[in-house]
Write a new protein. Structure first.
Length: 224
């Protein structure tokens, strides 16, 4: 089994965390997305999406982080993806919400737009407007995450037990640290994120990501 990944990739980090936390052996191949290796012929020939991660397991290739997490949890019979139909449905719902609501506005609308040149709009005015729109939407989703999905009592996104939704969600939310977000306005998110960061493998898996966060300290960004 091989995982094509990059250690700062938002979608790669939760898969690597799941593997590390559960002691699952998996070869890793770094695809240097910062140098454009994901656009090279060698990688495009096996993943025309030009994205990471991608998991190879025999003749199976999976190219979506959420699908990879579910597959690995099923393959290794992990309790983080419950078998109970209704509990599993809530995990699936949470992961879909993170991907289609929060990540879209927060990741692409606010964070990536300020970090990566290929996410810039064609004019400064259009770019500033797009970020302002993303900021407004992201604040709305973060408030819903804080008030509704988490609330004051839940240690994890789907209740009392850690699930693959937490692996995925912590990676999405933590990208805010890249631009200096501290989530003080969202105490339940801060508490939950601290719970995930307390996992034994979090520090090692996110070592490179944390280096990028440190390198951005002191820079001015639009934050939530």
């Amino acid at each position: 089994m091989k995982l094509y990944m990059h250690p700062v990739s938002t979608a790669s980090r939760p898969v690597r965390l799941l593997l590390a936390e559960n002691g699952i052996e998996c070869d890793e191949e770094v695809v240097d997305i910062l140098q454009g290796a994901h656009h090279g012929e060698a990688y495009v020939s096996i993943n025309p999406n030009r994205l990471v991660p991608m998991l190879e397991d025999g003749d199976l290739r999976l190219t979506e982080s959420s699908a990879i997490l579910k597959y690995l949890a099923d393959k290794y019979d992990l309790p983080s993806y419950p078998k109970d139909l209704k509990q599993r449905a809530k995990v699936n719902e949470m992961m879909d919400w993170l991907n289609t609501q929060l990540y879209q506005s927060f990741g692409y609308g606010v964070v990536y737009a300020q970090l990566f040149p290929h996410h810039r709009r064609r004019s400064d005015e259009a770019h500033a407007g797009a970020i302002a729109w993303g900021q407004q939407q992201a604040k709305n989703w973060l408030q819903i995450l804080d008030d509704h999905w988490l609330g004051p009592d839940k240690p994890y996104l789907c209740g009392d037990q850690l699930t693959i939704a937490d692996y995925f969600g912590a990676s999405v939310v933590s990208i805010g640290e890249w631009i200096g977000c501290d989530f003080a306005a969202y105490p339940n998110i801060s508490r939950w994120l601290a719970n995930i960061k307390a996992l034994p493998s979090w520090g090692k898996v996110n070592e490179v990501f944390d280096g990028f966060v440190a390198a951005n300290k002191g820079r001015e960004f639009v934050r939530v």
